[in-house]
Write a protein that binds this ligand. Structure first.
Ligand code: HEC
Ligand code: HEC
Length: 350
């Protein structure tokens, strides 16, 4: 919903766009990739681990209503923190020292130039996530208010396929896009390659903010390297190198689910390179190593042998004939309550 009368919003936006010409901001957009792990921006933006950043510039801090900010952020906001060019630049350079105690577990952007690109990119979006140049068009007529659109919905033809007559059949391309599992024997691997050094750059930019520079994990984010010979200890550290049985799981997981919040944004070669770098961080290969679809299955992880196929067919529960199992009214006598939790003193009095 618009908070202000449309005319006023338009007026303000026109004023802004007259003062700062809207330029395509490809650098800022690309650099914002590292923020997308935790933040969304744009008209359809949804809360991620971090707040939606629509209209964040030149506003008081804490822009997303309902987002649960850390106490540190609340304090800074009560202290009057407003996002202008200077405060935002200082924040992005070192978030965790600018607001000590923030839950934005992110080390900061190193170059001032990059910071400025990112700020310019953030400035393009108004509070609804529309970009300044585009807003006049979209705010005039919202699709959900358009009577023509409503008519279209009424005319919608019911599909005649399937049990529930819903949706449509998936296209082959759509099935292929989902069908990306990779198995230990290499089935499903896409053709491609990448070396550990390339992987290092990708990792530093897109993974290190959460998983640490060396896979040691930032804060409570998962640890990806180390932990060798800890499996028999009281607190085993289960990492790719110490615990995971197959390299295919690393490839598949990263390709499918990472970077967190921006899944499926990596190319196949990126995933090869990052997987090679994760092997390097786990001391399995040296830094020149190149992982390819050809040599992939020649890499074995150290703990593979400790995983065994579950073949416990001789266990007693496997001897039961399922056809003889009782499924209804199995207890002849009525159920009798013998104790209440209150007696055991586990339920609080109020
Ligand atoms: C690891 C996740 C993570 C990454 C990566 C990250 N942020 Fe954040 N960000 C957060 C969280 C969480 C908060 C909320 C902070 C709090 O409540 O302490 C936040 C808060 C902010 C805020 C304050 C918004 C407000 O409502 O006042 C801005 C601005 C911001 N981030 C910008 C960025 C930019 C730009 C980048 C990329 C350069 C980035 N963040 C990368 C998690 C992240
Ligand atoms: C915003 C934080 C964040 C970023 C950035 C991120 N990850 Fe993750 N990663 C996570 C979280 C959270 C999990 C655990 C997810 C779960 O258990 O559902 C995870 C899990 C993993 C795991 C599995 C770890 C395990 O032992 O189960 C791997 C491997 C991994 N990430 C690799 C990567 C790679 C490679 C990148 C960069 C391309 C990346 N991550 C970027 C947050 C992040």
């Amino acid at each position: 919903m618009l908070k202000y009368p449309k005319a006023r919003v338009l007026g303000v936006l026109l004023a802004i766009s007259a003062a700062t010409p809207v330029i395509a901001n490809d650098e800022g957009k690309a650099l914002f990739g590292q923020c997308r792990a935790c933040h969304a921006i744009g008209p359809d933006a949804k809360t991620q681990y971090g707040p939606v950043l629509n209209g964040v510039m030149n506003r008081a801090a804490m822009v997303e209503e309902g987002y649960s900010y850390s106490d540190a952020f609340k304090k800074a906001s009560e202290g009057g923190l407003t996002w202008d060019n200077d405060t935002m630049a200082a924040f992005l350079a070192a978030p965790m020292s600018y607001i000590s105690g923030t839950k934005m577990a992110y080390p900061g952007v190193k170059s001032d130039e990059d910071i400025q690109h990112i700020i310019n990119y953030l400035s393009l979006f108004d509070e609804h996530g529309n970009q300044a140049g585009l807003v006049a068009e979209t705010s005039q007529e919202r699709p959900d208010e358009d009577p023509k659109e409503r008519m279209l919905a009424a005319n919608f033809v019911l599909p005649d396929h399937g049990v529930f007559h819903l949706g449509r059949k998936a296209l082959n391309e759509e099935v292929a896009a989902w069908d990306i599992d990779v198995r230990p024997d290499g089935t499903g691997l896409p053709v491609g390659s990448g070396d550990a050094l390339t992987g290092m750059d990708l990792y530093d930019a897109q993974c290190a903010s959460c998983h640490g520079d060396f896979g040691e994990g930032t804060g409570r984010w998962p640890i990806l390297a180390g932990g060798h010979d800890t499996l028999t200890e009281e607190r085993p550290e289960k990492t790719i190198g110490s615990y995971w049985p197959y390299l295919s799981t690393v490839f598949d997981y990263v390709r499918r689910a990472m970077p967190f919040g921006n899944a499926r944004s990596l190319s196949d070669d990126d995933v090869y390179a990052i997987t090679a770098y994760l092997l390097y961080l786990n001391d399995e290969v040296d830094e020149e190593f190149e992982l390819t679809s050809e040599n992939f299955t020649s890499i074995a992880l150290p703990n593979e042998a400790n995983f065994i196929a579950d073949n416990r067919t001789d266990e007693p529960n496997r001897q039961i004939n399922v056809n003889e199992l009782c499924m209804t009214d199995c207890i002849a006598t009525p159920v009798e309550v013998t104790q209440r939790a209150l007696v055991l003193d586990v339920t609080p009095d109020e």
